[in-house]
Design a protein around this ligand. Structure first.
Ligand code: LLP
Length: 433
């Protein structure tokens, strides 16, 4: 479910016509619907809470770290899943309670660990023995105790794109089962560290329940061992990864995941942490871009847009499918954009491409779309997660603006970058050999 709907052929975000936003913010711009974000957050939380379980939903900042969006999550009572000092600062900037922050990542630096300890975050999700040494040493020097969870790599196949698979043994993430067991046995050597529980995150855009069930079973098998080693594992952090539909309109019902996992969790009696990113923001955002030129070459049509892979890299990097439709279309269109696969209107299969000097710079290839004119606005749907967050300045392109919509109101919460932003910190020094 999302709140991007056509009314008499004009795309609206909640109550606001998208052309109105594009006129004010320019293009390319990201537009996010607060109602969609809150809906998705509450649906996931409530699906797992219904069992009476103590659930903390830590929104995964990497999916979209926009500060106003984080403020909304904080206001809703979410915690935060972070992977860098920068993300810790983002969470703190919006007033997050540090005791709701969980910190993952295979390469935490000592400075980041220190910051997290000084802030007294909820837990470190530890990914290696070496990292644990640094956490122990830093905590000791600060006279603090670090709460940790061991990130277990359960070696399950989440059946998603290989680039976003993280819980198979060939992935760099977490500790395999044997090393986890070994480390649990040796935790006594780390007096400044307290085991809060176990963590897993098996991948992203997972649309099947079984990989979670398999992985959770493997994790649960460890709880008795934790107790034997003298640690009461109080929390289980199952990570994120809940998939959304990119082709169809609505997100997959979280009840399916909850129904399969809750019975297992009830036995464990632990506090539950979830780290969803995409599920909350993926379908809550679109990228609006303008067709600059229509270009025919042989049998092909190219729609050249003012947005490209520097703004949204998912199609180029993963071959990801994002629905695309004109923002202003036939007046008869109401509700969702027509389904491109079954659309009966006059269509040309075209490539929707960006202005960047790379052949891999495209939003869609051989896409059936109504014939487009120069100057027309296009909406690239399901762009709220890993869109702006993965944008770059390649080709010295300023990053797009970000706009938040709430009902009939919209605000440019992150203005488009300027050339000064791009060049401002650099120095020009003539250095000859
Ligand atoms: N927790 C941890 C430890 C993670 O590594 C991730 C994502 C998440 C939570 C949130 O996962 P989500 O619920 O959003 O699936 N750039 C890729 C996705 C990379 C995901 C990385 N880790 C994409 O655009 O598909």
């Amino acid at each position: 479910m999302d709140y991007f709907r056509y009314r008499r052929g004009v795309l609206h975000c909640e109550e606001v016509p998208v052309p109105e936003i594009a006129a004010r913010a320019g293009t390319p711009s990201y537009i996010y619907s607060t109602r969609t974000i809150v809906d998705h957050y509450r649906k996931l939380r409530d699906a797992f809470r219904r069992s009476g379980l103590d659930v903390l939903v830590c929104y995964s900042v990497k999916a979209n770290g926009n500060l106003s969006l984080l403020k909304l999550m904080q206001h809703e009572g979410a915690g935060f899943d972070v992977v860098s000092g920068g993300e810790i600062h983002r969470a703190l900037r919006v007033g997050a309670d540090p005791r709701t922050i969980v910190f993952a990542g295979v390469g935490k630096t000592e400075a980041e660990i220190r910051l997290a300890l000084e802030q007294d975050i909820l837990q470190f999700n530890v990914e290696s023995e070496d990292e644990l040494e640094v956490i122990e040493g830093t905590a000791r020097s600060l006279g603090r105790t670090a709460r940790i969870a061991i990130r277990v790599n359960p070696d399950v196949d989440p059946k998603t794109h290989t680039y976003i698979t993280t819980g198979k043994k060939e992935n760099k993430f977490g500790l395999d089962i044997d090393r986890t067991r070994d480390l649990l046995g040796r935790l006594g050597q780390y007096p400044s560290v307290r085991l809060a529980g176990l963590h897993m995150h098996i991948g992203s855009q997972i649309v099947q329940v079984e990989p979670y069930v398999d992985a959770l079973r493997r994790l649960l098998a460890f709880l008795p061992e934790c107790e034997k080693a003298g640690h009461r594992g109080e929390t289980l952090d199952l990570g994120g990864g809940f998939g959304i539909f990119y082709l169809e309109k609505s997100a997959r019902p979280p009840e399916e995941f909850a129904n399969a996992l809750l019975p297992l969790l009830a036995q464990a009696g632990c506090r539950l942490i979830l780290e969803p990113g995409r599920f909350i923001v993926g379908n809550a955002g679109i990228l609006v871009t303008r067709v600059l030129y229509v270009k025919g070459s042989g049998t092909k049509t190219f729609y050249v847009c003012d947005g490209g892979m520097t703004d949204l890299i998912r199609p180029s990097l993963y071959g990801a499918y994002h629905r695309i439709w004109p923002v202003e279309t036939e007046a008869t269109v109401e509700g969702d954009a027509p389904d491109e696969e079954t659309w009966a209107g006059a269509a040309t299969a075209a490539d929707v491409v960006g202005p960047i000097c790379e052949s891999g710079d495209f939003f869609a290839k051989d896409r059936r779309l109504p014939p487009l004119r120069k100057g027309q606005l296009l909406a690239v749907f399901s762009a709220g997660a890993y869109g702006y967050a993965m944008s770059s300045n390649y080709n010295s392109r300023p990053r797009p603006a970000e706009v938040l919509v709430a009902g009939g109101r919209h605000e440019v919460v992150n203005p488009r970058e300027t050339v000064d932003d791009l060049l401002g910190r650099e120095r020009v020094i003539l250095m000859t050999p």
